[in-house]
Design a binder for this molecule. Structure first.
Ligand SMILES: *[C@@H]1O[C@H](CO)[C@@H](O)[C@H](O)[C@H]1NC(C)=O
Ligand SMILES: *[C@@H]1O[C@H](CO)[C@@H](O)[C@H](O)[C@H]1NC(C)=O
Ligand SMILES: *[C@@H]1O[C@H](CO)[C@@H](O)[C@H](O)[C@H]1NC(C)=O
Length: 302
């Protein structure tokens, strides 16, 4: 009974086995290879079954606009001849991939003597690119209490890099509130866009800022740039202006007094023939300041 059933099953399945044996079939160890730029890429395509001795093998690159032949008529086409080779009859090896090589490649096999003569497999090649030095923009000087935004951007890297900011070579947290070391600052970093935003800069935010772009295959820095925070408080300005005014006033008063004393002294001078009666211009009095002082005292005594 059991034997008959097994025989029956075998008879039912036989056409399927026959079909399988007679069809060309493909297999890939990796249909989504990810390779770093300038490295070797293997686009795996393996014939698992065929009874055709020399099946026709083709590789195409499937573009969004046009499809180009990579391997056709038993030959690598165009510059692929210098850049690639076939491995184990059907797999495609690219010696030195560039970012332009990313995309879909189709391995097609036609086996004329098989029942089902054609098979194909798509390989999606991803090329990772190291970031280059990002472009950084840092305001040179900002008054205390104002907001400030620092920018960092890198455009070559793939996958898109994430960003970190550094001040005087020290990593800045994504949010100043999360680290007591930065309690006197108020900033946030957006690691995706690369911006560092200060809501209100403080004196302590002065420093050399640099940024690092990082992705799966590498990282790169921008040169550190100085940001200086200067005081711009009203009290300070008013105080400063008042000091300047006071100095001006004192100087004026001083010159006035000196001039008046000078006139007085000049009369005396003339009387005593004590000095050549030089032109009594202001310069003279400034030059003989000590003398004037002395005269002042003596005249006071008199
Ligand atoms: C790979 O290609 C790049 C640019 O096409 C070239 O600069 C580099 O030297 C090549 N590397 C190797 C190992 O051939
Ligand atoms: C190829 O792989 C990339 C990265 O995984 C993916 O973004 C893209 O959609 C894939 N393309 C196709 C056509 O499947
Ligand atoms: C923050 O500012 C206060 C007051 O100015 C100061 O005493 C303290 O040391 C500062 N903290 C840091 C971490 O710089």
């Amino acid at each position: 009974m059991a034997l008959r059933r097994r025989a029956l099953l075998f008879l039912l399945l036989l056409p399927m086995f026959r079909y399988r044996i007679l069809a060309v079939e493909l297999y890939s160890t990796n249909v989504n290879p990810i390779v770093q730029e300038f490295r070797r890429a293997e686009l795996s395509c393996i014939i698992t079954t065929t009874k055709t001795l020399s099946p026709r093998i083709e590789w195409k690159k499937i573009g969004s606009k046009e499809t180009t032949y990579v391997y056709f008529d038993s030959k690598l086409q165009g510059d692929w001849a210098n850049r690639a080779e076939l491995n184990s009859r059907t797999s495609l090896i690219i010696h030195n991939v560039t970012r332009a090589d990313k995309g879909i490649y189709r391995c097609e096999v036609v086996a004329k003597e098989d029942a089902r003569i054609g098979a194909e497999i798509n390989i999606n090649l991803t090329v990772h690119v190291k970031p280059v030095a990002p472009k950084c923009r840092v305001p040179q000087s900002v008054p205390v209490g104002k907001s400030a935004t620092l920018h960092c951007q890198e455009k070559e890297g793939f996958p898109e890099p994430t960003y970190r900011w550094y001040r005087n070579d020290e990593t800045l947290p994504l949010d100043s509130k999360t680290n007591s070391k930065f309690q006197n600052s108020s900033f946030t970093v957006n690691p995706k866009t690369g911006t560092l935003v200060f809501s209100e800069v403080q004196k302590g935010d002065t420093g050399r800022y640099s940024c690092k772009a990082t992705n799966a295959v590498g990282d790169a820095w921008c040169e550190a740039l100085e940001m200086e925070i200067y005081d711009l408080n009203i009290a300070g300005i008013v105080g400063g202006v008042m000091v300047v005014l006071a100095v001006l006033l004192l100087t004026t008063v001083g010159i006035c007094c000196a001039y008046r004393k000078g006139l007085f002294v000049k009369k005396k001078q003339n009387g005593n023939s004590y000095k050549t009666p030089a032109k009594p211009d202001g310069v003279n009095y400034i030059r003989t300041d000590e003398e004037g002082d002395f005269r002042h005292k003596s005249s006071f005594v008199i």
